[in-house]
Write a protein that binds this ligand. Sequence first.
Ligand code: ADP
Length: 418
Amino acid sequence: MILHGYLNRSEKGTYYALDLGGTNFRVLRVQLGGRGSSILGPDVERQPIPQELMISTSEALFDFIASALKDFVEKEGDGSEISLDRRRDLGFTFSFPVKQLSVSSGILIKWTKGFAIADMVGKEVAGCLEEALTRKGLNTRVAALVNDTVGTLALGHYHDEDTVAAVIFGTGTNACYLERTDAIIKCQGLLTTTGCMVVNMEWGNFWTSHLPRTTYDIDLDADSPNPNDQGFEKMISGMYLGDIVRRVLLRMAQETDVFGPVSSKLSVPFILRTPLMAAMHEDDSPDLKEVGRILQDVLEIPDVPLKVRKVVVKVCDVVTRRAARLAAAGIAGILKKIGRDGSGGLTGGRRSDIKMRRTVVTIEGGLYTSYTMFREYLHEALNEILGDEVAQHVILKVTEDGSERVVKMLLGRQLMGW
Ligand code: ADP
């Protein structure tokens, strides 16, 4: 993806955006105020994607999304009559692997994060959405099809020009970073205004034989709709962490008597969602009341003694700590690749000679923003890998939620070319 420039603050007007990426999708409308002024309050609506639509047909999924957008557009403005005929431009943030064909079109390579709509693979994504919008009588054109990490990087840059990479830790995980075009072998000789390109890593699919997998990881992968795929994501992201914990608890229940008779709920995939796991992990009550409540209410395991509840917290801790440390290793890998890990500045091996530039990595996603222990373990590991002196120049920043998703659309529409 060639970066021809960065988003500046001169954009003005009303913009729509649609974000489809995981458990929820969002429709947004934002007013941009123009040069010198900031983004004026966006309207946002967030809806869960019904489970059955994630494994249905492309038509069913996009009809559902188009309906939501239509409802949203109809609430536009001051309540006066809305013309559905008026043409609207839409930015579409789509967080699945896509072969980008142009700034506003791309072909779905594969689904991830539990989506499995076979007829959609290989289809042009923006076209499918536009067809559904037309079926609903909306005159709306997809002006930009933007990957969420790339959009997040754009937003990071909009707020802070030292931003070099963007990482998502939500239902799934992915990262992108700014690379010098001349450092990309397949882009040799290509001229861009900035001399840079955004590399969308799709790192959820990273794998190496050096990464040890437990039997829980192997079973989770085998039971998923995309076996042998997204190995890194399955160890790190919010969709999976709770289910890894569930699998450990199931085995404990089967092989010991700590939980009494084996609850059938322990065999239900994804019954223990990551936010529940986080709530158990972060239970700071002396008798671990929340742990007891979740075990009872969600997993139907009653009367778990305190000693065993402590073991459950430990399981959550181990699973999250591993995820956060792998995530940190990924970020350190990006910094190393672009020479921002301090190693380039070493003189005679003395760390005190390092001249590190301020380096910002923008991060987004509910796992990072809402799960304190995940965030703390990630920071701890990154400091450990980089060393304190280098780490003090590396800033992990959360982009504000809401209007940023529209800025991503602007990035696509105005700043990138092919
Ligand atoms: P997306 O589904 O588009 O990735 P988010 O970035 O908001 O959306 O991430 C949502 C994911 O973040 C959820 O699927 C969940 O796994 C995780 N998450 C949300 N809240 C929490 C929480 N309190 N603790 C742990 N994980 C959370």
